[in-house]
Design a protein. Structure first.
Length: 154
C-alpha cells in the first residue's frame, strides 16, 4: 500500500497558495513512517493506494474528513480532507495554518486505522520544521503565456 496526496478544488478561484513540494514532502514522510502501521480491514488490504485528497470551499469553516470512497477498479482508497478556506488564505504565510489543519485532519482520519495522535504530531513537527520559511518550499504561481501570433483573427 502506498500513500498518495492530491488536491481537488471544486469551487472556482478557491484554492490555496501552497507549493506542491509541501504535499510531496508530506507524502514521502507518511510513506516512510506510517504506511506499514495502518491497520486496514481485510477488504482494504486488497487496495494498492491510500489517497489523501485535499479540498476546500468558501463555506468550509472547520476541518472535515470524508470517506472512505473505495475505487475497486483502480484499487484506491480515497479520503477527502476538507480544510477551512478563509483561515488559510487570509494568513500571510498560508503554509502555517495549512499544515496545522492538514495534520488535524490526519489525526481524525488515521485514528480509524489505529495510528496514535503522537505519531502524527511528531511527523507534523518534522515537516513544519523543514518547510516553513524554507525557500525551496515556497509557492510559485504558474504563469502561462499564450502565443497567438500564428493565428489569423481577421
Amino acid at each position: 500500500m502506498e500513500i498518495l496526496t492530491s488536491s481537488l478544488f471544486p469551487e472556482v478561484k478557491c484554492s490555496f497558495s501552497i507549493s506542491h513540494k509541501i504535499d510531496l514532502e508530506i507524502r514521502k514522510v507518511l510513506n516512510e513512517k506510517m504506511k506499514s502501521e495502518l491497520r486496514l480491514t481485510s477488504r482494504e488490504k486488497e487496495f494498492r493506494y491510500f489517497n489523501l485528497i485535499v479540498s476546500t470551499s468558501t463555506t468550509t469553516h472547520k476541518v472535515e474528513v470524508k470517506g472512505p470512497d473505495l475505487n475497486q477498479k483502480e484499487k484506491i482508497i480515497n479520503w477527502g480532507i476538507w480544510l477551512p478556506y478563509n483561515e488559510i488564505v487570509n494568513s500571510a504565510h498560508q503554509e502555517v495554518p495549512y499544515l496545522l489543519f492538514y495534520f488535524d485532519a490526519l489525526v481524525l482520519l488515521f485514528n480509524n486505522y489505529g495510528i496514535n495522535e503522537n505519531i502524527i504530531r511528531t511527523i507534523q513537527e518534522e515537516i513544519s520544521n523543514k518547510v516553513i520559511g524554507n525557500s525551496a518550499y515556497a509557492y510559485e504561481e504558474e504563469r502561462i503565456e499564450y502565443d497567438f501570433s500564428e493565428f489569423d483573427f481577421k
